[in-house]
Design a protein around this ligand. Structure first.
Ligand code: NAP
Length: 307
């Protein structure tokens, strides 16, 4: 192996993202030893069974000891508590990052606990699936997907460059972004769409005139995609909405206005309005395909990667 980017990496939380990072780091031969910690004994035992991480510890503090990079891979709502727990055990000069789907609240929750002699560089890989837990990860998850790094004031550019090299080694395209802008962009591209999917599946469930078996049997591609998204981890998504309140509410407000306008067009038979609207939205889909972020091929099951 050539010189590792980090000699010792600690993954705190061993779910989809941490396990995918582990397999991606090993695939690329990017790092030395990877240590891991998860809250439940069950998860720690599973990790030991499947060879997820080189060393598994029963406390987060033991896992981060001597680590050059610590990655917080827990739900957004517990990032602050985990940071408080590990802070006294961090090695001087270590880099602390996270993979949380929200940035401003995580920065505010984690930053104050960290000692001045470590580098805090928040991050967010824009890749995932609806699966969770230590068995759900795979090395290709980040290939050709964006990871956004959100350096905070005073972040050392050299430490940021090293973290960037790790993500690039895992297959990701890396960009830097300001935390508030990140939260607004993600509210549009991920958080609000998830809430809409949850709502649509909830509506189908409530509509007792259409039986469950009919919903499953006749489910069309659009609804199937909604059910896939709505199967995402409830803890993760509860925390996303509670911690990206303002941006999500702003986008949902706009969404509601547009929905009313479309509702009105349907009621009044304004076909031109509907046609123009759908023409505009179709162009956005073409843009995503042209940017290489999805393919044109039908994939109604969406077996693996999603944005
Ligand atoms: P996951 O598969 O559900 O795994 C979460 C891990 O966090 C588990 O190991 C869990 O431990 C641990 N954990 C949960 N509550 C904890 C607590 N109170 N204290 C300590 N550890 C705790 O989650 P994930 O999908 O990898 O998501 C992890 C982070 O990545 C989240 O912040 C999420 O916002 C972000 N993210 C997710 C996606 C996605 O699509 N899934 C995409 C990008 C970013 P146990 O197993 O022992 O319960």
């Amino acid at each position: 192996m050539s010189t590792p980017i980090y000699n010792r990496v600690a993954l705190i939380g061993l779910g989809l993202i941490a396990s995918s990072m582990f397999w991606a780091m090993k695939r690329g031969g990017l790092v030395g030893t990877v240590t891991g910690y998860a809250r439940s004994e069950d998860t720690r035992n599973t990790a030991r069974d499947i060879g997820l991480c080189d060393e598994i510890y029963d406390t987060a503090s033991e896992a981060v000891k001597d680590a050059d990079l610590v990655v917080l891979c827990v739900p957004v709502g517990v990032m602050g508590a985990v940071a408080a727990e590990i802070a006294p055990a961090l090695k001087e000069g270590a880099t602390i990052t996270d993979v949380g789907s929200v940035k401003r609240e995580v920065i505010d929750a984690v930053g104050p606990h960290l000692p001045g002699n470590v580098h805090f560089i928040p991050g967010h890989p824009l890749a995932g699936t609806e699966h969770s837990g230590p068995r759900s990860g795979f090395a290709e998850l980040f290939d050709n997907r964006f990871t956004l790094l959100v350096p905070v004031e005073g972040s050392d550019p050299k430490a940021t460059a090293t973290l960037r090299a790790l993500w690039e080694g895992m297959g990701a395209k890396v960009e830097e972004m300001d935390p508030d802008h990140h939260d607004l962009v993600l509210a549009v591209t991920s958080h609000a769409p998830h809430l809409i999917a949850y709502t649509m599946v909830g509506v189908a469930d409530d509509l007792r005139r259409v039986t469950d078996s009919e919903v499953i049997k006749y489910s069309a591609a659009g609804f199937r995609d909604f059910t896939r998204i709505a199967a995402s981890d409830p803890t993760m998504w509860r925390d996303v909405f509670l911690n990206n309140k303002d941006a999500t509410l702003e986008i949902l407000g706009r969404f509601t206005e547009e929905l009313f306008a479309l509702q009105r067009a349907i009621r009044t038979g304004d076909g031109d309005h509907l046609y123009d609207y759908f023409t505009r939205t179709r162009a956005i889909r073409r843009g995503i395909i042209e940017a290489g972020q999805d393919t044109d091929a039908p994939d109604f099951g969406r077996s693996k990667v999603k944005t």
